[in-house]
Design a protein around this ligand. Structure first.
Ligand code: UD1
Ligand code: CA
Length: 428
């Protein structure tokens, strides 16, 4: 689509009360700005993000995800305000959509609606019972006349319940003609993007309101707004999985980040967290388990298990208090209380309760490799680097420090001693 998009993200976000720039606060695993850019990219090949406060930090964090967007630093000193933010920005298309960077819930389909009108300006409007904090939009005969910021509004203008949600479509000629004419003679001494409306209106240009959903267009200005937005984002994510056939038990208690994939007949129980780039296929994640940046296929996890990044579980069962990290488990059973890190464990192998892969010597991490059909007794330590071949039995309580060849039994124990009658003598 021939549309340019400018995302405003230069503001300080004072009401957030944080040293982290407002737009980098995250919702369901990703920053607010990430969502704006992601949706923008679906409808535009020309995206500019306007930055100022902690610009380097914001830019670096976005470059991790997006390579083909432009960043511009606002001349904040001389031209503060949302109007100042869009001055001198080169855009390649005739229509320019401007978004606030603090509206993480706006989706592609809603943005498309702005491009469907032929008006010179289309601006987002919400009717609010309590319009407090927003710019008021004065509408007559279904055309926008002007926008007044709360701090500049007269007492009658303050009663207006139509507010500016902060998304605008401008024809390019409007920007080139009227941006140089903006003034900062207002309560905040800023250049307001919203003043473009009145300037264009006075010259007879057509300005249409587009009524948008309050829930999606609400700006996030405080930590309370952030948590409200999180609740909405979470229910979107979980509803969409349930529609695809995933069972989610007590969805209000589970947390699923936005890039997670769940496929097939999967069950996600209460209290589960699925984080980062996790993929769950035909699996059962039992209550209060955490899976992060890992894949779980035809497997069951938990209750109360933790799968840490870079793990792949296939046809495997891990039970309560089992922690897996950077490990590939194929056809494995580890029912209770184990740490399996930097390991590769093969089909038919049973890991007894209390088994630990000792992967760290205080300086480096080492790998553990366990073959097929290995029986590992309870309370075993495997001191890595180590390789256990197929068909091995390891007795309970063993500390394994050398590679073990196929077919072996391994036991290392202090010989057991029995002193008959000791108890009664001792306490006599
Ligand atoms: C703005 C609108 C207001 C509207 C509200 C909707 C103006 C003058 N007012 O007010 O009518 O109801 O949004 O949420 O536009 N920003 C910059 N550079 C700046 C100032 C702000 O890039 O110099 C960015 C911010 O980072 C933010 C966005 O613009 O993403 C909106 O700024 P904010 O200060 O939140 O505007 P509001 O006062 O809420
Ligand atoms: Ca705002």
């Amino acid at each position: 689509m021939s549309l340019s998009i400018i995302i405003l993200a230069a503001g300080k976000g004072t009401r957030m009360k944080s040293t982290l720039p407002k737009v980098l606060h995250s919702i369901s695993g990703f920053s607010m700005l990430y969502y704006s850019i992601k949706e923008a990219k679906k409808i535009s090949d020309d995206i500019t993000v306007v930055l100022f406060h902690q610009a380097d930090l914001v830019q670096d964090s976005m470059k991790e995800y997006f390579s083909d967007i432009k960043f511009v630093i606002q001349d904040y000193k001389n031209y503060p305000g949302t109007g100042g933010a869009i001055m001198n920005i080169e855009t390649s298309h005739d229509k320019v959509l401007v978004l606030n960077g603090d509206m993480p819930l706006v989706e592609e389909e809603e943005l498309r609606l702005f491009t469907q009108s032929d008006s010179d300006i289309v601006m987002s409007v919400i009717n609010l019972e309590n319009p407090d904090g927003y710019g008021r939009v004065i509408i007559e005969d279904d055309e926008v006349q002007r926008v007044v910021e709360q701090k500049d509004a007269s007492s009658s203008e303050l009663l207006t319940k139509s507010v500016n949600a902060g998304v605008y479509l401008f024809k390019k000629h409007i920007l080139s003609t009227y941006l140089p004419k903006l003034s900062n003679a207002n309560a905040q001494g800023e250049y307001y993007i919203t003043d473009l409306v009145e300037l264009a209106k006075n010259d007879g240009f057509k300005i249409s309101p587009l009524y948008v959903k309050e829930e999606n267009f609400k700006g996030v200005n405080s930590k309370k707004d952030l948590s409200d937005a999180e609740v909405i984002m979470q229910s979107r994510i979980k509803n969409s999985f349930m529609e695809q056939g995933v069972i989610i038990r007590l969805p209000d208690t589970t947390y699923i980040e936005s890039e997670v994939i769940i496929e097939g007949e999967s069950i996600i129980e209460n209290g589960v967290s699925l984080l980062g780039n996790t993929k769950i296929v035909n699996s059962h994640i039992k209550s209060n388990s955490i899976v992060e940046d890992s894949q779980v296929v035809d497997s069951s996890v938990g209750p109360m298990a933790r799968v840490r990044p870079a793990s792949l579980l296939t046809n495997t069962h891990i039970g309560n208090f089992v922690e897996v990290k950077k490990s590939t488990l194929t056809g494995v059973k580890a029912g209770h209380l184990s740490y399996l890190g930097d390991s590769e464990i093969d089909d038919g192998t049973n890991i007894g309760a209390g088994t630990i892969t000792c992967n760290y010597d205080g300086k480096n991490k080492y790998k553990t490799k366990i073959g097929k059909n290995v029986f590992i007794g309870s309370d075993t330590q495997l001191v890595a680097p180590i390789a256990i071949a197929d068909d091995v039995i390891i007795g309970a309580g063993t500390t394994v420090t050398k590679d073990i060849e196929s077919g072996s039994l391994v036991v290392s124990r202090v010989p057991m001693k029995i002193v008959k009658g000791f108890f009664r003598k001792f306490f006599a």
